[in-house]
Design a protein around this ligand. Structure first.
Ligand code: PRP
Length: 222
């Protein structure tokens, strides 16, 4: 269906912050603009492109998969870390390439021995589901998971845990705090997710959008 008068609005949930900025840059490359959204002083929560029948809103990362699963947004853009952690029912359809980093087990070099040893170690993380899956299902290792909400690197320094599971981008937070990557869990980058019903009901429109986005991503990578 083209964006004619019959078309309903397609709604996008974008992750607030750097990911949203990069996402909007990519959208601009495929002719999707939302001028309203660029105003840094605006307190508006939802932005509309009337011509293309598109709506956009910004949400906290962990809430994006929730909006998409329930169909409050047809499409979301969010980090793979959040998708894996939130475990929502949705289609993950496209890797946008940006926001690239790694989910890793990190700690002081001395913690390598604990990772190999038989003792019960403590793992601090903002991502308990990812940590559980990695240690319980992939490594068959029983660990104690301690949920934190930020500054995870503190945990092994102050003795809360032996290791952490966290995102490593440049590695400078680890270096500046005397910690290293001990094991790699998985690569992370920004992904497009789609509501399962929207994927069927708006298939043509969504596939066209994904094809355009994919082309723009490939052009960037070339
Ligand atoms: C993230 C992550 C690491 C850091 C990694 O934290 O949790 O702490 O970035 O980046 P680097 O490898 O480039 O140093 P964020 O800044 O999102 O804040 P948080 O500690 O509150 O999670």
């Amino acid at each position: 269906m083209s964006a004619g008068k019959e078309a309903r609005y397609l709604t996008f949930a974008l992750t607030k912050g750097r990911l949203a900025k990069k996402t909007l840059e990519l959208f601009e490359q495929i002719g999707i603009t939302c001028e309203e959204m660029k105003d840094p002083d605006s307190r508006k929560l939802i932005f509309v492109n009337e011509d293309l029948k598109l709506r956009f809103f910004l949400a906290k990362g962990p809430d994006v998969p929730t909006y998409v699963e329930y169909g409050a947004a047809d499409i979301g853009v969010v980090g793979r870390d959040t998708i894996l952690e939130e475990q929502r029912d949705l289609h993950e359809v496209l890797d946008l390439g940006f926001g690239a980093c790694r989910m890793c087990v990190c700690g002081p070099e001395s913690a390598r021995a604990y990772l190999r040893g038989p003792g019960l170690i403590r793992v601090a993380t903002k991502y308990p589901n990812i940590a559980k899956d990695y240690f319980y299902n992939q490594k068959n290792q029983t660990v104690e998971i301690i949920k934190l909400n930020g500054s995870i690197e503190l945990a092994p320094i102050v003795g809360l845990s032996e290791v952490i599971v966290d995102i490593v981008e440049t590695g400078s937070t680890l270096r500046e705090n005397g910690l290293s990557v001990l094991e790699e869990v998985c690569p992370i980058s920004a992904r497009v997710v789609v509501n399962q019903v929207s994927m069927r009901m708006e298939n043509e429109r969504i596939m066209k959008l994904l094809t355009d986005l994919n082309r723009a991503v490939e052009a960037k990578e070339a």
